[in-house]
Design a binder for this molecule. Structure first.
Ligand SMILES: Cc1cc2nc3c(=O)[nH]c(=O)nc-3n(C[C@H](O)[C@H](O)[C@H](O)COP(=O)(O)O)c2cc1C
Ligand SMILES: Nc1ncnc2c1ncn2[C@@H]1O[C@H](COP(=O)(O)OP(=O)(O)OP(=O)(O)O)[C@@H](O)[C@H]1O
Length: 314
C-alpha cells in the first residue's frame, strides 16, 4: 500500500493517477461499520479493474474545530490504521492534513480538489458522511457535486443492538472498562503496542515481574484497572495480566498511568522488545493497598481469575 500525504492545495496531476475506487472518512478504530465502507471500495475497485484507496484526514478534525481539544488519542493511531488498511487490501492511502484552510473549503471545492482531481471514479461513504465547510456537504448533495465524473455508493448504517457502531461509542465503552463489548463492535480485540522499558524493578521482588511498556501518547487506553490480556511477541501469543494505572500502593505522585504486563509462564528478559497487547477482559479497579503483602495476595487472586477466564473462553 502506498501512503500519500496531501495538504491543501496539493499538486498531484489527474492524468498521472490511476482510476480509483475510494472510501472516505476519518475511520478511527476501523470498526465493523468502517470495514464495510472500506471493503465495498476494495470490491468496487476489483470489479472495475481500478486501484482501491482510502481517503482519510489527520489530525482528528476536533483538534482544529474545537477550542479545548489540543491532543487527541486514537483507537487506531496512524501506524495501526495503515497496517489494518493494508490487510484489508487497500492499494493507496491518502492522508489529508486537516487544518483551518481545509475546514474552510466549500463542499464543491473539496470534491473538485480531493475527489475529482485524484481521479476517483467511484466513491464509497457511510450514510452520515459530511464534507466541506461546516459539514454542509453530505450524501444527499454528493451527486450534485460529482459533476457526473464519479459514481457514489452510500453504505447504510451498520448497527449493534439497535444503535450505530461508531468510534464515539467504542471510546465510551473503553472508558467504562467494557472492552469485550468494544471488541465486538471493533470486530477484533483492541490492541496497543509498546517497547519494554525499565520499571522500578519491584515486580520481581513481589514475585510478579512485569514488562513496563513505553506507549506513544496518541494512543487511547481503556479505563484504569487490571485486565486479562493476550501478548503478541515474535509470532507467539501468550496470556497474561496487565495493570494500567498509577501503582498507588508504592507511588504517590505519578502523572501518567503506566501499562505493565505479567506474562504467564514466561520469564526471559524482554527489555527493548516490542510487545502488542490485546485487551480482553476488565477484572477490577486498581487499589491502594496498605502493604506489599496485601497486593501480592490480590494479584494471586487476579491470576487465578484470569487463567480461569482464558480457560473458559477458548
Ligand atoms: C495483575 C496486577 C495487578 C496489580 N494491581 C495493583 C493494584 O491494585 N494496586 C497497585 O498499587 N499496584 C498494582 N499493580 C502494580 C504493582 O504495584 C507493580 O507491578 C509493582 O509495583 C512492580 O512495578 P515495576 O514493574 O515498576 O517494578 C498490579 C500489577 C499486576 C501485574
Ligand atoms: N456504523 C456505520 N455504518 C455505516 N457507515 C459508517 C458507520 N460508521 C461510520 N461510517 C462511515 O464510515 C466513514 C468514516 O466515518 P467516521 O470516521 O465519522 O466514523 P464514526 O464511527 O461515525 O465516528 P464518530 O463516532 O467520531 O462520529 C464515513 O463515511 C461514515 O459515514
Amino acid at each position: 500500500m502506498r501512503t500519500i500525504k496531501l495538504t491543501y492545495p496539493h499538486t498531484l496531476l489527474l492524468d498521472e493517477l490511476p482510476e480509483t475506487a475510494a472510501a472516505i472518512g476519518f475511520f478511527d478504530g476501523i470498526h465493523e461499520g468502517h470495514q464495510k465502507v472500506i471493503k465495498t471500495a476494495v470490491n468496487q475497485a476489483k470489479y472495475n479493474n481500478m486501484e482501491s484507496a482510502v481517503i482519510t484526514f489527520h489530525p482528528h478534525p476536533s483538534v482544529v474545530l474545537k477550542q479545548d481539544v489540543e491532543h487527541v488519542q486514537y483507537i487506531t493511531p496512524l501506524q495501526e490504521k495503515q497496517q489494518m488498511l493494508q490487510r484489508l487490501g487497500v492499494d493507496r492511502l491518502y492522508i489529508i492534513t486537516f487544518n483551518k484552510e481545509l475546514s474552510s473549503l466549500e463542499p464543491q471545492s473539496f470534491i473538485d480538489h480531493f475527489i475529482i482531481q485524484l481521479n476517483i471514479k467511484h466513491l464509497v461513504a457511510g450514510f452520515d458522511f459530511s464534507y466541506g465547510h461546516k459539514g454542509k456537504g453530505n450524501v444527499q448533495t454528493i451527486d450534485a457535486h460529482s459533476r457526473d465524473v464519479f459514481d457514489v455508493t452510500v453504505i447504510d448504517q451498520v448497527q449493534a443492538g439497535d444503535r450505530k457502531i461508531s468510534s464515539t461509542r467504542i471510546r465510551e465503552l473503553l472508558q467504562s472498562g467494557e472492552v469485550e463489548r468494544a471488541n465486538e463492535l471493533l470486530g477484533r480485540p483492541l490492541i496497543v503496542r509498546g517497547i519494554v522499558k525499565e520499571g522500578d524493578k519491584r515486580g520481581r521482588e513481589i514475585g510478579y515481574p512485569t514488562a513496563n511498556l513505553a506507549i506513544s501518547n496518541d494512543v487511547l487506553l481503556p479505563r484504569i484497572g487490571i485486565y486479562a490480556v493476550k501478548v503478541l511477541f515474535k509470532n507467539e501469543v501468550y496470556e497474561g495480566m496487565a495493570s494500567l494505572g498509577y501503582n498507588p500502593t508504592f507511588t504517590a505522585d505519578r502523572d501518567e498511568p503506566i501499562v505493565e504486563v505479567n506474562i504467564f509462564d514466561y520469564n526471559n528478559d524482554l527489555y527493548g522488545e516490542e510487545l502488542v497487547l490485546e485487551w480482553h477482559h476488565y477484572i477490577r479497579d486498581e487499589i491502594k493497598f496498605n502493604s506489599a503483602g496485601e497486593l501480592i495476595r490480590q494479584i494471586e487472586e487476579d491470576e487465578k481469575q484470569i487463567r480461569r477466564y482464558f480457560a473458559h473462553e477458548s
